[in-house]
Design a protein. Structure first.
Lengths: 320, 371
């Protein structure tokens, strides 16, 4: 039996944990290849046209699995933090995957509700493991391993490598930012311009949570809460020269959090913030032009500030 | 403190009732217009959904009319609705509008938060706790009555003998309800009002389509945004049923006194297609469509604001429900640029499809008899 995992959406968050779970069970796993234009086009054609870009990418990856695997693993991630929800798209993702095309492999959809009590969702993974033919013992071992990995994953933050003199905060969903095709190689482009890109997973969750709690109304989406906290952390500690808010077309939580951050950063007086919206038609030239302009502006204003001797802080939300 | 509450379907009727009950000073929110939407769309974030933009425009208008306290509802997700209040507050503050925003948290978030925000509106001097409870219960009963009248009118409109008779009767029936305040008055007025609707002459022998309406509550309930779809379908001889109503949404314990199927049975109906709640009205849209398919409806119209997160998921899943049950489902996504002609053309096509399905079914039934 071969189980496939689409390399999209929350695979970029929890992929390693899921892979290890499957390996412990001794199941052969097939992960779809990195996103290509073909995959993206197929997803755009088959998924509903109103879906956000990542869901279209996910749909394309589901079609990659067709005829190659017997089952597809699409965990239903309900929440990532206590008292929050994942985006509704994640809540309905397995059902959406089943509705895409009748010829697609069957979907395994164990629930992952990290913010809730384990007793409510862990048995789902145990049942999945048993359904894949594991013995009771190895199923239990795999589930324990999964929980340990998830706990470790929560405490980690990614270490960054300096590739330039200036740090740029890239605030966006990991599945957009870490997917070179979807983000049009955004991170590499920033590195090529002698700057160091920092992403949301470079900041500890606890720090992000601390800053997110200072907002006047709690953000109830798990990832967006972390993202907003990270941006506030960057902006308040001045650890980055500028922030790129990367969102995708029709991203629901992104539309709200983008407006919120723009307003909040504008009130606090912060480093410059630029919003980049990705969609399946996004072209490299447009992205590169804006990126160059943004980084040039940061460099120029940095130099100008040192000339007049100080005040690297500017009021206002910066350019959009 | 001059209150204002955003508009949504029958909500305006019940706000008027509450204002009389608790002696509130409130400003009637102007009905939605092109201008409302233009104001809202100019201020709101680009990808925010239509209800946010429309309500924002509504707030700006009502503050111009003299309101200083904007009452709105909170929420805890995962639908974007729960974060509206914060975004709208920040946008209005940025625009220099002077107001105070009072957010009524839903009971499911926190009973204490709900009670405290309610007490800011209705202080203890105006109503003691038992009185508050009693009055709210009666207001809820009245709300249910209004929604039930709507439901009956929708079922009759396609069959009326004299065009416009149902709407005239509905207006009269609502008038009877508006004056009722105590439990007994409400009970009696509801009987009388329903009798008034029953008195409308209908032609039950006329062959007609049965069409269900599901979708996001705001666009389903607000005639300005759905181009008065209930009446439009009714005028063309369709019997219409709507799965969403305000009283179903706020009725305690997930009972749906108007729709008639409680939360659990809706979830059970949706289970083969959608196995988890996805916020907003997503699960209800899928569940109600399955229920309508079982009840032999001819078509379902699914209304959603453009980019609505739960309903976009539901839209993808409804495609599968439709192909497995043979029930035509038309998803109409609505935003500030949707035009009446486009919606009506698609609805006409849906009705033609439903009629031809019906005739094909009848033909095959006849052939079955011959064999």
């Amino acid at each position: 039996m071969r189980v496939g995992i689409p390399r999209a959406m929350l695979y970029h968050h929890y992929g390693e944990c899921w892979l290890e779970f499957m390996e412990t069970l001794g199941v052969e796993v097939f992960v779809s290849d990195y996103t290509t234009s073909d995959i993206l086009t197929r997803g755009t054609v088959h998924a509903d046209n109103e879906n956000c870009l990542p869901v279209k990418v996910f749909s394309g990856h589901m079609f990659e699995l067709k005829d190659r695997v017997d089952l597809a693993l699409v965990p239903r991630v309900v929440s990532e933090e206590y008292g929050t929800w994942a985006c509704p798209k994640f809540l309905g993702l397995p059902d959406l995957a089943r509705s895409l095309d009748p010829d697609l492999p069957d979907v395994l959809a164990p629930v992952m509700d990290l913010g809730d009590r384990r007793c409510l969702w862990v048995k789902d993974w145990y049942r999945t493991a048993r359904a894949l033919g594991a013995s009771r013992l190895s199923a239990a071992a795999a589930v324990t391993g999964l929980l340990e990995n998830l706990a470790r994953h929560r405490l980690q933050s990614r270490a960054h490598v300096d590739t330039g003199d200036m740090k740029i905060g890239v605030a966006g969903h990991l599945y957009n930012v870490h997917d070179p095709r979807v983000s049009l190689g955004l991170l590499d482009r920033i590195r090529a311009m002698d700057a160091t890109p920092l992403t949301v997973d470079h900041v500890l969750r606890s720090r992000a949570r601390y800053h997110a709690n200072t907002l006047s109304r709690k953000i109830f989406w798990s990832f967006e809460s972390r993202l907003a906290g990270t941006v506030l952390n960057w902006s308040r500690s001045r650890s980055v020269a500028g922030i790129l808010f990367v969102t995708s077309f029709a991203c629901g939580p992104g539309s709200m959090v983008g407006a919120l951050l723009e307003d909040q950063l504008g009130r606090e007086g912060s480093v410059p913030l630029m919003t980049i919206t990705l969609d399946e038609h996004a072209a490299e030239a447009g992205l590169v032009t804006r990126l160059e302009a943004f980084i040039d502006m940061l460099r120029y204003s940095g130099r100008a500030d040192t000339r007049v001797g100080g005040a690297a802080v500017r009021a206002g939300g910066g350019p959009r | 403190m001059r209150l204002a509450v955003p508009r949504m379907g029958n909500l305006a009727l019940i706000i008027r009732d509450l204002a009389v009950r608790f002696d509130l000073d409130y400003v009637e929110t102007p009905p939605f217009s092109e201008n409302t939407v233009r104001i809202g769309a100019a201020l709101a974030p680009e990808f925010a959904c239509l209800p946010l933009k429309a309500v924002l425009g509504n707030f700006v208008e009502v503050v111009e009319n003299g309101a200083d306290t904007l009452v709105t509802s909170g929420g805890h997700g995962p639908c974007r609705f729960g974060y509206y209040s914060e975004i709208q507050r920040r946008i209005l503050e940025r625009e220099g509008v002077e107001f105070r925003m009072l957010v009524l948290e839903p009971i499911t978030t926190s009973l204490r938060a709900f009670y405290n925000s309610l007490r800011e509106l209705i202080p203890r001097e105006k109503a003691s706790l038992p009185a508050l409870f009693r009055e709210l219960k009666q207001a809820l009963d009245k709300m249910v009555a209004f929604d039930v009248l709507d439901k009956r009118a929708m079922a009759l409109r396609g069959l009326e003998v004299v065009p416009g008779a149902v709407d005239a009767a509905l207006a009269e029936a609502r008038g009877m309800m508006i004056g009722a305040f105590t439990a007994k008055e409400i009970r009696e007025a509801r009987c009388e009002a329903e009798a008034r609707l029953r008195g409308v002459r209908v032609d039950t022998s006329r062959s007609h389509l049965k069409i269900g309406i599901v979708g996001e509550i705001f666009v389903v309930l607000e005639p300005f945004f759905n181009f008065d779809i209930e009446r439009w379908l009714g005028r063309r001889g369709a019997v219409v049923e709507r799965a969403t109503s305000i009283s179903d949404r706020i009725y305690p314990r997930g009972r749906h006194p108007v729709f008639g199927y409680d939360e659990d049975s809706v979830a059970a109906a949706a289970r083969p297609f959608l196995n988890h709640k996805i916020g907003g009205d997503g699960l209800l849209s899928v569940g109600a469509t399955v229920i309508y398919a079982r009840r032999g409806f001819d078509a379902v119209v699914h209304l959603l604001p453009f980019t609505c997160m739960p309903e976009v998921i539901a839209k993808g899943i409804l495609g599968r429900v439709s192909s497995e049950s043979g029930l035509p489902v038309l998803s109409l996504s609505i935003d500030e640029q949707t035009g009446r002609a486009g919606v009506e053309t698609r609805l006409e096509a849906l009705m033609d499809l439903a009629w031809s399905n019906r005739r094909a079914k009848e033909r095959s039934a006849e052939m079955g008899v011959v064999r």
